[in-house]
Each structure stands twice: as C-alpha cells, then as structure tokens.
Design a protein around this ligand. Structure first.
Ligand SMILES: O=C(O)CCC(=O)C(=O)O
Ligand SMILES: [Fe+2]
Length: 325
C-alpha cells in the first residue's frame, strides 16, 4: 500500500462476507486510520440534501446563526474563530439521540423543516458505521458484535456537524488555520463527505497528504480517539488539518461529518491488552481515564474545544429525549 495514497476499500460485500471486508480494512486501520470506502450504502440523495441544507443554513447572516450557540447536548452553532484555535470555519452541530433535535435551544428554527432528512442521514450513516464496527471487532479477534452492542442506534447520541469554510473578501485579521491539526475525539468512526479538497491527513510516514475529494461515491472514514483507546492503539486515530495553504482565504468549502458515538453510559476501557493511559493523552490534552463513561469524556472534550467554563456558562439545556417516532 503506497504510503502517500489514502487507501480505497470496496465494501460491496460487507453484508454477505463481512470477514473478507474486515481483512481488507485491517491494514488501513492499523496504518493510516483513514480510508475511503466505495460502494457504501449511504444514499446519494440524502448526502446531496445535507449539502443543500448546509449551504442554505450557511447563507444566513452570521448574527442570525449566532443566536443559537452550541450547547452541551452537542446542538448549535459555532462561527469562524469561536473555538480554542480560532479556526476559520463555522460548524453547525446536530447531536443527540435520534428524533431529539426538534425544539432544542441550539437548533436554528430554519432547520426544523429539515429534521426528517437530517434524521434519515444520521440513520444511514449509523447503519454503515455499525457494519464497519463489526469489521473492526473481527480484526481485533473480538466477538463480531462487541462494538456494535455498545452503539445501538436508538440509544446513541450520534453527531452530524455541517461545516462551512467561508471565503473572505480580504485576508482575515488573524490568519488562522481553517481547521487546526486534531484527531477526532469522542467518537468511534467518522464518515466525511467534502465539496472540495483542502483536508490533509498525516500519513504513516509522518507527511501531510492531501485527501482527494472524489464525490459522493466514496466516503472518507477515520477512526476516533475513543476507538483507539478501546483498541489499545491497534486502530489508529490520526491527525488531520486544513491549512490556509490548502484552502486559501478566498476559497470556500463545505463538508458534512458524521461522528458515530458509543452509547452515553459506555464505560471506556482498553479491551485487547492494555495501554499507558498517561501516554494516551492525545492532542490538546484530551485525557482518558480507565472506566470513564463516554458522557464524562465528552464533557472534558467540549471544555478543551470551547473553554473550561463551557459547562458553567450553559443556561439550561433541554433534557435529552429518546425518539418517539
Ligand atoms: O471539513 C473537513 O474536511 C474535516 C472536518 C473535521 O476534521 C472535523 O470536523 O473533525
Ligand atoms: Fe476531524
């Protein structure tokens, strides 16, 4: 496998021969932590709809989008420069249990009408993720259901983030990254679609490699910190970034990321051996403790991204409700 090319894996057999797909994915997980899948099962019209919603929402004035900031339910907006790194991107977070977004204070009212499409997209991505999680379990010698049983759809607070990298009329005063180098945190699997290139991935040999943006036929998959921890580093959570060189200030870009999260009360423990927890302090001081729940980890992660006082500042968030339909 070439060191400078993100692997592409055909998953068309995933339903009838999961073991053969697991065998193909194995190397990509242990080396890159990033790979494209083709013949994924996420319908193109749903992906397109998410990009349409992203564009429509991003066209609203910033002052309007700012009225519903991100909250601890992982729902709401963060504009350019609002995170700890001052990244030149905006992000609309659509987290929570299936069916729970309606009426959340973080949800801009213009998005209410799109909730059926957003929920359908979340479900399609979750189903694909669960199939990949089966492959990972097989790779690690666990029972096929090991991860899937901790990611039951109705009980998991999966997260979609609609990202917009706006173009500017003039160089922004603080010439920050579009997205600073990071690994994905509280999730097991990320599924990404992009409107244009810009993303770079740290290769197994330590070079930044541009990820192609091959369209909706290929989904870009990467592993999150949680799964790296769980798998004792056997599945890699890899750094990625978007610099001003890759995406200059006069170019815009959209992407839609789905973050498949374990169920909130899942206890995170190394499962196939052990890890040095101190050494697992991944980027930005994100820290695992043996036995901590996913909810506890997310709380720490949100403080790292949005500041120590993130939780204290929260007025009141709606209770997270299970899907009723
Ligand atoms: O927009 C992209 O291509 C990457 C987004 C990303 O890495 C993230 O949201 O964690
Ligand atoms: Fe990321």
């Amino acid at each position: 496998m070439a060191d400078k090319t993100i692997p592409i894996i055909d998953v068309s057999n995933i339903d009838n021969d999961v073991r053969s797909v697991a065998a193909k994915i194995t190397e990509a997980c242990a080396t890159w932590g990033f790979f494209f899948i083709k013949n994924h099962q996420i319908p193109h019209d749903l992906i397109q709809k998410m990009f349409d919603i992203n564009e429509e929402f991003s066209a609203l004035p910033l002052s309007e989008r700012n009225k519903h900031p991100v909250n601890k339910d992982q729902v709401g907006f963060k504009g350019p420069g609002d995170d700890a790194h001052k990244d030149e991107k905006s992000a609309m977070w659509l987290g929570g249990l299936p069916g729970s977004l309606s009426g959340n204070p973080g949800l801009h009212p213009s998005l209410e009408k799109h909730l059926p499409a957003i929920d359908a997209y979340k479900k399609a991505c979750a189903e694909m993720s669960l199939k990949l999680l089966r492959c990972f379990a097989i790779f690690l010698g666990l029972s096929e259901d090991f991860f899937a049983s901790h990611h039951r759809y109705e009980s998991s607070r999966n997260l979609i983030i609609m990202l917009h990298y706006p173009k500017f009329d003039a160089p922004p005063p603080k010439h920050s990254a579009r997205i600073s180098p990071h690994s994905d945190g509280s999730n097991s699997v990320t599924i990404l679609f992009q409107s244009a290139v810009g993303l770079e991935v740290l290769s197994p040999t330590g070079e930044w490699v541009q990820a192609p943006a091959p369209g909706f036929d290929h989904a870009l998959i990467n592993i999150g910190d949680v799964l790296q921890f769980w798998s004792c580093n056997k599945l890699k959570s890899t750094l990625h970034r978007i610099t001003q060189d890759q995406l200059p200030w006069d170019k815009e870009r959209y992407s839609v990321a789905f973050f498949c999260q374990p169920e909130p009360d899942t206890k995170l423990n190394p499962i196939v051996g052990d890890v040095d927890v101190e050494q697992m302090a991944v980027e930005d001081g994100k820290m695992f403790r043996r036995g901590m729940t996913l909810t506890e980890y997310i709380e720490e992660e949100m403080k790292v991204i949005y500041g120590q006082d993130f939780y204290d500042k929260q007025v009141q968030s709606v209770p997270v409700m299970a899907a009723t339909s």
